[in-house]
Design a protein. Structure first.
Length: 437
């Protein structure tokens, strides 16, 4: 992975950072790196995620998944228990006959019913993912899926893989029915769990190269040093932090590869849930190149100067389909392929942002393969942890999420004191209704 931060320099962009600022910031990066290194080596909570390339056991994932030959894979989880799996399923190369991966990561009943109607349940492997086994959305969805399988005459116990912690209802269920089980690693928050069985089980079911993914992540881990000028992930994190402090309070993640679109969603959770604390944190935005040049680029180039744009692409890709039968008025397309056009769109967008004085970072992979994806994911996790250290926030907690969960439980009848108080606060909502009827 390579990171080009040239278009964030103050000579090009507003807001921007000067080279002198980067030099000063590098001293803070060195101190933060020592804290990160110590936390990783001691497997402290959260920091343990950066040790996953060494600690993850792909053989255990293969052992749990090899007995299946699915026509489809259904991941039942939410947040980090589904986004990592979706990211790897989309980004990692797999055999031509690899099964599609679907994620049931919302409790929208219409969506769930459509998905279950469309799936060949007798040939689908269900991977239910929850560390605690008590996550309301995940457990409810799984129970609905299990019931649909029973109604279709499918033995759900033959088609279920459980990824969970050492205790809880899913662990008890797996033990009772002797289900294949993978363990959620200790000390790794869900949004940092993509390189663990939480993310890799679905990829393995597709026949993707999980070993190469982890090898790429190990390469990125080995390259962590105490300088932003030597470590791509730290360069990205340091510049993102510096620009945030200077007014670039939003960060638009724009991959130029359709297979990386779920990666932008994964990044959004990583950045938002880790860094959005104490009135701080960049707001992650999601876009797709070249599609969103026609829907969002106007804002990024000519709107408020409050955005960093992160452009991601593989440096090498197949040229793809040639453009045939080119009309006279677009003769410049003659001899071009779709890959040529996408490359031109990428470089033109990057240059157009610079011409407008808007900061952008280029993140480049060698190619879209398992090893490079491992480098990318690990590099951005390291970047996120670094920003947390520089901003002095608790990167690995998510207290603001818990209130809503407590309130939802209370609304559904849970009888704890906290649940009752939160439900009462919901009922006391201020109303000012404008009704069109």
């Amino acid at each position: 992975m390579r990171v080009d931060i040239g278009n964030t320099l103050a000579a090009t962009a507003t807001p921007g950072v000067s080279r002198a600022t980067l030099d000063r910031l590098d001293d803070r990066v060195a101190a933060a790196h020592e804290r990160i290194r110590r936390g990783r080596d001691e497997r402290e909570h959260g920091y343990a995620a950066l040790a996953l390339p060494d600690d993850a056991d792909p053989a255990a994932v293969r052992a749990a998944t090899d007995g299946f030959d699915p026509a489809a894979v259904l991941v039942v989880g939410i947040g980090g228990s589904a986004l990592g799996a979706s990211t790897l399923a989309a980004a990692l190369p797999a055999p031509d006959d690899a099964p599609p991966v679907h994620a049931l990561d919302n409790v929208d009943p219409a969506h769930a019913e459509r998905l279950l109607d469309d799936l060949p349940l007798d040939e689908t492997v269900v991977n239910v993912v929850s560390r605690s086994g008590t996550t309301a959305e995940t457990l409810a969805n799984f129970l609905v899926v299990r019931d649909a399988m029973r109604s279709a005459g499918v033995d759900w116990t033959e088609r279920t893989l459980v990824t969970t912690g050492d205790a809880g209802p899913l662990r008890r269920l797996a033990d009772r029915h002797d289900l294949p089980t993978l363990r959620v690693p200790d000390g790794v928050p869900g949004r940092f769990s993509v390189l663990s069985p939480v993310g890799t089980a679905a990829a393995a079911l597709r026949g993707a190269d999980v070993e190469a993914l982890l090898a790429g992540a190990r390469s990125a881990a080995a390259g962590l040093s105490g300088s932003l000028f030597e470590t791509p992930g730290y360069a990205y994190g340091a510049v993102a932090h510096a620009l945030d402090r200077r007014g670039a309070t939003s960060n638009a993640m724009v991959p130029y590869a359709e297979a990386l679109e779920p990666f932008a969603e994964w990044f959004a959770q990583l950045w938002a849930e880790s860094l959005g604390k104490d009135g701080l944190g960049q707001t992650p935005l999601r876009a797709l190149g070249a599609t969103d040049q026609h829907s969002q680029l106007q804002l990024y180039r000519a709107g408020r100067r409050d955005k960093l744009v992160t452009l991601v692409r593989p440096a090498e890709r197949d040229a793809g389909l040639p453009v045939p039968d080119v009309p006279e008025d677009v003769r410049y397309l003659d001899g071009a392929s779709l890959g040529d056009l996408l490359d031109a769109e990428f470089r033109a967008t990057e240059a157009s942002l610079a011409a407008a004085g808007r900061p952008s970072v280029r993140v480049e992979l060698d190619r879209l393969d398992a090893r490079s994806v491992g480098e990318l994911l690990y590099g951005l996790e390291a970047a996120c942890v670094l920003v947390g250290e520089l901003a002095d926030v608790e990167t690995f907690t998510q207290p603001a999420v818990e209130w809503g969960k407590t309130a939802a439980r209370g609304l559904l009848g849970a009888d704890g004191e906290a649940e009752r108080e939160a439900a009462a606060a919901v009922a006391a909502k201020e109303r000012l209704v404008v009704d069109g009827d």
